[in-house]
Ligand binder design. Structure first.
Ligand code: DGL
Length: 268
């Protein structure tokens, strides 16, 4: 498939979580355009079987590949930790592939901590992907991980913070005495402030979107695929696909983060 530096970046997640990654990509690479896919019909991925996650994420990756994207960004930890090998196997000769875990687990920021907490979906925690990878790079680090299965669906459904806060507290009460925390589900970035408040700013929240976007920028540049020309024409607006008819809360988040000049489509 013919792509160029003007081709879009394909970003996908089960729902709104990956929007924060897309936003950071836009901040760090304002001239890049992207196509986003949220598998809202099948959300939450965190409660699905490995087999389901693998099959569905392959379909989405193929969909974005067919749209002539120059790179794929797996903006979902549940997918990255359960299906990355398969996606790489099928697409690595054809398209650049990024995910939200690898750039983080090898980042030197982890050298500054002794004990780190990880909260994620059940699918991510059960895969043990993070602990294995972190141990590969940083032996010194004590890792405590916990699945927080209620969080992603209630974030996706737009629950009010007043109702979410007691749930956060309940979970995080089991995760104290840590120096840093990895919000290892992209949906949780929407709770950054609340989690920071819970720890009174004393536990470092690792900035995953920033680390991931930096890695994408570096690699695109290295491969001469980074776009330095400002986007001007109408067809350069980002497109957001959802697999269920566009959920109201999804659209709201898209408009808050990316403004009015976007296309929202239901496909799949
Ligand atoms: N945003 C996804 C992640 O990073 C999970 C949400 C879900 O359970 O669908 O794992």
């Amino acid at each position: 498939m013919k792509t160029s530096l003007f081709s879009p970046i394909g970003i996908f997640d089960s729902g709104i979580g990956g929007l924060i990654i897309a936003k950071e990509i836009k901040i760090q690479m304002p001239n890049e355009n992207f196509i986003y896919f949220g598998d809202t019909k099948n959300m939450p991925y965190g409660e699905k079987s490995k087999d389901f996650i693998r099959k569905n994420s392959m379909k989405i990756a193929s969909f974005l590949y067919e749209k002539k994207c120059k790179a794929l960004v797996i903006a979902c930890n549940s997918i990255a930790s359960n299906a990355l090998d398969m996606i790489i196997k099928k697409f690595h000769r054809k398209i650049l592939i990024f995910n939200v875990i690898d750039p983080v687990v090898k980042n030197t920021v982890l050298l500054s901590y002794k004990r780190i907490g990880i909260i994620a979906t059940s699918a991510t925690i059960h895969s043990n992907f993070y602990t294995k990878k972190i141990k590969e790079y940083y032996h010194h680090l004590d890792v405590v991980q916990m699945s927080t299965p209620l969080l992603a669906p209630i974030i996706e459904n737009g629950w009010k913070m007043k109702k979410i806060n007691p749930i956060i507290k309940n979970y995080l009460n089991h995760l104290k005495s840590i120096d840093a925390i990895l919000l290892a589900c992209t949906h949780y970035f929407f709770l950054k402030e609340e989690i920071d408040n819970f720890y009174h700013g004393k536990v470092h929240l690792i900035d995953i979107p920033k680390i991931v976007a930096q890695e994408i920028k570096e690699k695109l540049n290295e491969k001469k695929l980074l776009c330095f020309h400002p986007i001007s024409t109408w067809n350069r607006f980002p497109i957001f696909y959802t697999s269920s008819s566009i959920p109201i809360f999804f659209e709201k988040k898209v408009r808050i983060l990316f403004g009015k000049k976007v296309f929202l489509k239901h496909d799949f």
